[in-house]
Design a protein around this ligand. Structure first.
Ligand code: UD1
Length: 354
């Protein structure tokens, strides 16, 4: 069996890692296409190195741009690549512009498409990611869902007969890396002492970064938190703060570059809590047993809200208390699987080759 994976943004490299290893163990031919949506070394190359993902076979080098320009450039470049490789499956991941471009390109060429992390919904139609996931699910031939909740969303949209529950591949990699880095004191950026309490924060979503008043209120709220906040600054955040003349230094915030995946897992494990708008990081905090405060009106990973592990605080009303709340004592019920999802992906694809 030959599978062609299309990835382009940081969270997709994390999902690709366990899948690439499972395909390699099963002896499948695997072609990796990197769209170039994320191109900074810290956003891309370090993930391939640290997570031992084979080098991409094809690099489209698309880079940044408006949604139409970025997605269109991917579409323009993908046809020839897909025709040349003629895979049994095109596999797309998550909810980025690289996901929708890959799915659309493949279905137009009558290639079988599988969507990994299918069925997640925020029901917020102002999010670019929501359009990407809904459209990809409806275009794809096979929907690989991470949770029962995702399966239910797919059924509600009439997609039950194309859906298979495989579990969450990010859990596979999170558990592996947790076990590898677990006992070590993390090497944290300057200004954060791992022996004392600190929070880990990331902010990158368009709805939080692209409106200057909103971004300023988030930065102000983080600066008021009563312990150091390690803000791992995504390039979009840095660019918008420069544009709006918002100073990321001062108050509680300690700004640093994005961390490689093992460093991130270690930093979260040793932290007092996480404040984020990232989907993946909310779930990683939950899996690592750390309380998370999410600066959004909703979450796709609704299971994290149970027992108070994750709390939504879009209005920033009580961030300085919420962010430093004690770790919940409630038991988690493992809604994201047992860390074997990538193997399930490999078997399901093999069983359904057309
Ligand atoms: C994208 C995804 C989002 C995902 C996120 C993970 C879409 C619509 N959004 O958002 O779902 O959660 O990736 O990070 O696909 N930039 C750099 N260097 C890079 C990458 C980006 O400087 O390596 C800057 C550019 O100024 C760019 C901006 O970041 O314009 C935003 O990048 P983009 O790929 O458009 O979206 P993300 O915000 O990263």
């Amino acid at each position: 069996m030959k599978v062609l994976s299309i990835v382009g943004a940081r969270p997709q490299f994390v999902k690709l890692a366990p899948v690439a290893h499972a395909f390699s163990a099963a002896g499948y031919e695997h072609v990796i296409v990197h769209t170039g949506q994320h191109y900074d070394t810290r956003m891309s190359d370090v993930f391939f190195e640290d997570l031992q993902i084979p080098e991409p076979d094809v690099h489209l080098g698309v880079g940044s741009g408006s949604h139409g320009v970025q997605t269109g450039a991917m579409l323009g470049a993908l046809d020839a690549v897909l025709e040349e490789h003629a895979p049994d499956w095109v596999l797309v991941y998550g909810d980025t512009n690289s996901t929708i471009a890959g799915a659309l390109s493949a279905v137009k060429l009558h290639l079988a498409v599988a969507h990994l992390e299918a069925g997640l919904r925020s029901f917020n139609r102002r999010m670019p990611e929501e359009h990407n996931r809904v459209l990809t699910d409806h275009a794809a031939d096979l929907l690989l869902a991470p949770t029962e909740v995702a399966m239910a969303h797919l059924a509600d949209e009439g997609l039950a007969d194309r859906s298979v529950m495989v579990g969450d591949v990010m859990t596979d990699v999170c558990f592996l890396v947790r076990d590898a880095v677990g006992g070590q004191q993390p090497a944290l950026p300057q200004g954060i002492d791992p022996a004392n309490d600190y929070l880990v924060s990331t902010i990158h979503r368009a709805e939080n970064t692209d409106d200057p008043a909103r971004l300023r209120s988030i930065v102000d709220a983080l600066n008021d938190v009563p312990m150091p906040v390690l803000l791992l600054a995504h390039p979009r955040l840095v660019a918008r703060c420069a544009e709006f003349e918002i100073d990321l230094h001062g108050g509680s915030i300690v700004t640093a570059n994005p961390l490689p995946y093992p460093g991130m897992v270690a930093a979260v494990m040793h932290s007092r809590g996480v404040v984020t708008d990232s989907g993946g990081l909310q779930k990683e905090a939950y899996l690592l047993g750390v309380p998370c405060t999410t600066l959004r009106t909703e979450t796709e990973w609704v299971e994290t809200l149970e027992g108070g592990w994750n709390v939504l605080d879009p209005e920033l009303t009580s961030l300085s208390e919420l962010a430093v709340r004690p770790t919940p004592t409630t038991t988690q019920r493992a809604p994201y699987g047992d860390g074997q999802a990538a193997q399930a992906v490999a078997s399901v694809l093999a069983a359904r080759v057309r």
